[in-house]
Design a protein around this ligand. Structure first.
Ligand SMILES: Cc1cc2nc3c(=O)[nH]c(=O)nc-3n(C[C@H](O)[C@H](O)[C@H](O)COP(=O)(O)OP(=O)(O)OC[C@H]3O[C@@H](n4cnc5c(N)ncnc54)[C@H](O)[C@@H]3O)c2cc1C
Length: 436
C-alpha cells in the first residue's frame, strides 16, 4: 500500500510538473511490496513500521541494522540518490577515537564503530586501508597538547598509541617536519561511496525500500503517533514561498529516525508537538579541501594531522585509496539557510581558490617543502555542529522518547566527525533503543 502511495505521489507530481523523474520512479519502489501487516492505507495516509529520514551513511547504516533485525524499513531522502550530503564531502578517515572526552558518545561510538567498520569492510570487500596516522607537534609548546591527546586516547580504549621522536617520524615520513608525534596505527581510510553502496545493497536485500526525491517537510502528532508530511522534491524545487506547503502524503510510522544531518534540527522544529526546548541550536562550519596538483609521488604515506584547532581537527593530510593527496578541511563558520533550502541541500559548497593563501602557511608548518602553486581547489563539506565559534565542542545528540516524550521517534543532532567512523555503532545503538 505504501509502495503504491509513494508511486502515486511521484506519478501525480510528474503530471503536475509535466516533467519526468530520472531515477525516482524506477529506482524507488522496485523492491519488496509493503502490503504487510503494518502497511494499512487510509486516504492520503499510509502506515509503516520504521521510517528512516535521510540516506547518508548514518541513515543507511540505521536502515541496514533495523532491516537485519527483521524490521520493515522505508528510507526517505530528498535527493535523487543516497549519500549526496556530508557523507560524500568528508576526509574518509577511519578515526581511532582519540580526540573525544572519555565516556562521551563520540568516544564510545567511534571506538566501537571503527572495529565494526574494519570488520564490515573486510567481509564485504569494501576498499579500505589501515594506513595509520601521525598527529604532530611542530613546536615545543605543542608537546603538552600531544601528551593530553595520548592520555585521552588511552582512556578511550584506543590501542597501539605511541609517542615518537622527530627522528623516528622522519624515518617514517621523510618530508615531515615535527618535534614529536603521536602514532596511531589503527587509523585508516575507507572508500565512502563503496561503503554506502554496500549498506544500500544489504538493506535492500533485507527488504528495505528506498524512496528518493522524497522530502519530509514536517509532521504532526495524533494520539502520540508522529505523522510525517511527505512531499515530492521536484514540487519543492519549484516552490516560490508564496503559498502554503501541503504534503502529498502523510506517513504514520511506528518508529522514525531523523538522520537528516545538516537539516536535522530544522526538520525537528517542523515536528508539531515536539517541544522546541529539546531541539539544540544548529551551527555550520564549512571546511574546504585543496588537492596536490602533482600526485605522481605522494609526499606522505600516513595520515598527517596537526594539533586540533577551534571547530575542527586542523588542516591535515589525507591520502585516498588512489594515492591522491588532499589537504583540509579548514574551518569557516557560515550562516544557516532556510528550512526548505536545507532539505534540498542548497548549501554553498564552492571552494574559493583564494583560500589557498591560508593553506600554504598552515601546511608548511609540518611540510616545509610544499611548493608554491601546487594546491588546487578540491571540494567542501559542512560540519553539522551544535556549538559555535570559541565554544566547547558538543557531543553527538541521539534523542529518544526519554528526552522528548514522543514514542518511537529518534532525532540525531550534531553528527559531525567522527560520524562516518561511528555509523555502524550509531545504528547498533539506535536499534537497541528502539527494541527496548
Ligand atoms: C569536512 C568534513 C570532514 C569529515 N571527515 C570525517 C572523517 O574523516 N571521518 C569521520 O568519521 N567523519 C568525518 N566527517 C563526519 C561525517 O562525514 C558525517 O558525520 C557523516 O557523513 C554524517 O552522515 P549523515 O548520514 O548523518 O548525514 P548526511 O550524509 O548529510 O545525510 C543526510 C541526508 O538527509 C537527506 N535529507 C536532508 N533533509 C531531508 C528531508 N527533510 N527529507 C528527506 N531527506 C532529507 C539529505 O539529502 C542527505 O542525503 C566529516 C564531516 C565534514 C563536514
Amino acid at each position: 500500500m505504501l509502495k503504491h502511495a509513494l508511486e502515486r505521489l511521484l506519478r501525480n507530481s510528474e503530471r503536475n510538473l509535466r516533467s519526468s523523474f530520472s531515477l525516482s520512479s524506477s529506482r524507488i519502489m522496485r523492491r519488496r511490496s509493503l502490503c504487510t501487516k503494518s502497511a494499512r492505507a487510509e486516504s492520503g495516509r499510509e502506515r509503516a513500521e520504521c521510517v528512516v529520514i535521510g540516506a547518508g551513511v548514518v541513515g543507511l547504516a540505521v536502515a541496514r541494522e533495523l532491516a537485519l533485525r527483521g524490521k520493515e524499513v522505508l528510507v526517505l531522502d530528498s535527493a535523487p540518490t543516497f549519500g549526496t550530503g556530508t557523507s560524500s564531502r568528508n576526509s574518509e578517515v577511519i578515526h581511532a577515537g582519540i580526540y573525544y572526552p572519555p565516556h562521551s558518545l563520540k568516544a564510545i561510538l567511534c571506538v566501537r564503530g571503527r572495529e565494526m567498520l574494519y570488520k564490515l569492510c573486510s567481509e564485504h570487500d569494501i576498499p579500505h586501508k589501515q594506513i595509520g596516522k601521525l598527529i604532530v607537534a611542530t613546536g615545543a609548546s605543542e608537546i603538552p597538547k600531544l601528551n593530553n591527546l595520548m592520555n585521552l586516547g588511552i582512556q578511550n580504549g584506543v590501542n597501539g598509541l605511541r609517542m615518537i621522536e622527530s627522528s623516528e617520524a622522519k624515518r617514517m615520513e621523510p618530508e615531515l617536519q615535527c618535534v614529536k608525534a603521536l602514532l596511531s596505527p589503527v587509523s585508516g581510510i575507507v572508500d565512502t561511496h563503496s561503503l554506502m553502496l554496500s549498506l544500500v545493497g544489504e538493506a535492500e536485500s533485507h527488504g528495505t525500500t528506498f524512496s528518493f526525491n522524497t522530502t519530509v517537510i514536517g509532521a504532526h502528532l495524533e494520539r502520540n503517533n508522529l505523522c510525517l508530511h511527505v512531499s515530492d522534491t521536484k514540487r519543492l524545487e519549484n516552490w516560490n514561498g508564496r503559498f502554503l506547503l501541503h504534503p502529498d502524503l502523510v506517513v504514520i510510522p511506528e518508529f522514525v529516525v531523523n538522520c537528516t544531518g545538516l537539516s536535522a534540527p530544522a526538520l525537528a522544529k517542523r515536528f508539531d508537538g515536539l517541544h522546541s526546548g529539546v531541539i539544540p541550536l544548529a551551527y555550520y562550519a564549512r571546511g574546504c579541501y585543496f588537492t596536490l596538483s602533482s600526485t605522481r609521488n605522494p609526499p606522505f604515506s600516513h595520515l598527517i594531522y596537526p594539533i586540533p584547532e577551534d571547530g575542527g581537527l586542523g588542516v591535515h593530510v589525507t591520502v585516498d585509496l588512489d594515492g591522491q593527496v588532499k589537504f583540509g578541511p579548514d574551518v569557516e563558520w557560515i550562516k544557516g539557510i532556510d528550512d526548505i533550502s536545507s532539505f534540498l541541500n542548497r548549501f554553498e559548497y564552492s571552494v574559493c581558490p583564494d583560500r589557498a593563501k591560508q593553506f600554504y602557511p598552515e601546511i608548511r608548518k609540518y611540510y616545509p617543502n610544499l611548493t608554491d602553486g601546487s594546491l588546487e581547489p578540491g571540494y567542501a563539506g559542512i560540519r553539522p555542529k551544535l556549538s559555535g565559534p570559541q565554544q566547547s565542542p558538543v557531543d553527538f545528540v541521539i534523542q529518544g522518547e526519554d528526552a522528548h516524550g514522543i514514542p518511537g521517534l529518534i532525532n540525531l543532532f550534531g553528527i559531525e566527525s567522527p560520524g562516518l567512523t561511528s555509523c555502524l555503532a550509531i545504528a547498533e545503538h539506535i536499534a537497541a533503543r528502539l527494541s527496548r
